[in-house]
Design a protein around this ligand. Structure first.
Ligand code: ZN
Length: 454
């Protein structure tokens, strides 16, 4: 009987899931994300007399400056496979040797390909002091959960057909997860930029490496004054910036991030090579883009601070702070990758920590204690199941997740609750423009379905 009942439950779940699947192709969010893929087409773009940018090979651009007697490479991509392809294609443009590599920040998607560009021991490898501060801090503390969450956010665990893109890069998964983060520690810098601005002269190319805290505290932007090209690293790409990554991180200083954009503006660049998307060429467009980008970040920061000082909690802040339409309508500020709501919560947490200020939350009930009381009010756990079924059918997906958590706090092994929760997450994923959220929902749903079938 139990087996038959479980079978029937799954049949209903599968039918619902197929119902969701039928909607998949129709959602505006997935259509928009698919349109986005044109940003990641493979190309080498000449942006000034001597600067070439390889885009779409893997997940982040690799740039080449052709100097008098050598090349300067800015960032190296995520892995040596794509790195070697780019190196080969760059050779068709110039066969000069690589004299220096400059890394904008210590994230693996920008330095995993380093070995493909270091042709000899003479190659200078420039990074900023405090290089890889973020990952070193986590490693020293013995914290590694960000790897799993990072793989979920990037969609590494999903089937290829489930991934559209990750918002600022095409779907790409070297080593499918953890190993990507390991390989980055093999990078051996030879030169360090210190202080606010370091002038570097190599292969006849004069560069300025400028400290630019933002996504990371080891971030710098590279200014090439002769051709007025700026390489922003991940403090700029065409998307609402990832001011908080759902993989988890220490506070990303939103205020400094806006200041870093302002500093780049101050250089008066004519070409902007972002951390992930295609370069922007033309002084007017570069200035307008950076101005809006900085102002939108600053607006969210200022409004959040205003709300915090008015006593609002994070849940209230995300309703209080609304990005003005003049910014929200700009394609390069749409939440393809980061999301303003997460930034608002992160600013609160970054300055005031986890306690939201409401005394209710000083010592809350445990999940199971609260769930027992909710179930009691609803008329028992079975009533919660029924409410959750109804909510799923009516498309009230976030409420399904809440009810599912109550049920699973009381019935941790319930396959029915897991599958229902997975169905709701799948539906939420399909209506989600923020690719990291989409990937995280789908990865969580996959995990729940796998647990339910055990
Ligand atoms: Zn990146």
């Amino acid at each position: 009987m139990t087996t038959l009942w479980t079978f029937l439950q799954r049949l209903v779940a599968v039918t619902l899931l197929l119902g969701c699947a039928a909607v998949i192709a129709e959602t505006e969010a997935s259509r928009q994300l698919k349109l986005r893929n044109s940003e990641f087409e493979k190309d080498i773009i000449k942006v000034s007399d001597s600067v070439y940018v390889a885009v779409g090979y893997a997940v982040s651009p690799v740039s080449m400056i052709v100097g008098e007697d050598g090349l300067v490479i800015i960032d190296t991509g995520i892995d040596t496979v794509s790195g070697a392809q780019i190196r080969q294609d760059f050779r068709k443009i110039s066969d000069k040797p690589v004299s220096a590599v400059v890394i904008t920040h210590g994230h693996p998607d920008h330095l995993g390909g380093l070995a493909a560009f270091v042709d000899s021991d003479d190659v200078q490898v420039w990074v900023r002091e405090r290089f890889q501060d973020e990952s070193n801090t986590l490693r020293d503390a013995g914290i590694n959960r960000q790897r799993k969450r990072g793989a979920m956010q990037a969609g590494f665990l999903l089937k290829p057909e489930q991934r559209i893109n990750n918002g600022i890069a095409k779907p790409y998964w070297p080593n499918r997860g953890g190993a990507v983060f390991e390989s980055a520690h093999a990078a051996k810098p030879t030169h360090f930029a210190t202080g606010d601005r370091t002038r570097v002269s190599v292969a006849g190319v004069e560069l300025e490496l400028v400290a630019a805290d933002g996504e990371t505290s080891d971030a710098l932007y590279i200014w090439y004054p002769e051709e007025r090209v700026i390489f922003s690293g991940d403090n700029f790409y065409k998307s609402w910036p990832n001011l908080y990554p759902i993989r988890g991180s220490a506070y990303r200083d939103v205020r400094k991030w806006a200041m870093a954009i302002g500093a780049m503006l101050g250089e008066q660049p004519e070409v902007l090579v972002g951390g992930h998307t295609r370069p922007i060429v033309g002084a007017d467009e570069v200035v307008e883009t950076l101005t809006h980008y900085r102002d939108a970040i600053q607006f969210v920061f200022d409004k959040t601070v205003e709300g915090i000082n008015g006593g609002l909690t994070p849940n209230q802040l995300v309703e209080y702070v609304q990005l003005p339409q003049k910014y929200a309508q700009l394609d390069y500020l749409r939440p393809y990758y980061g999301n303003p709501e997460w930034a608002i919560r992160s600013i609160f947490n970054g300055y005031l920590g986890w306690f939201d200020g409401n005394a209710t939350n000083l010592f809350p009930l445990s999940d199971a204690e609260e769930a027992a009381r909710i179930a009691d009010m609803a008329g028992g756990v079975q009533a919660l199941h029924e409410r959750a079924d109804k909510a799923l059918v009516s498309g009230d997906y976030q409420w399904v997740l809440s009810l599912s958590d109550y049920i699973l706090a009381l019935e941790p092994e319930s396959a029915q609750a897991r599958i229902r929760k997975a169905d709701a997450m799948t539906a939420l994923a399909e209506s989600q423009l923020t690719a990291t959220a989409r990937n995280y929902y789908l990865s969580s749903a996959k995990e729940l379905r796998s647990q339910a079938s055990q």
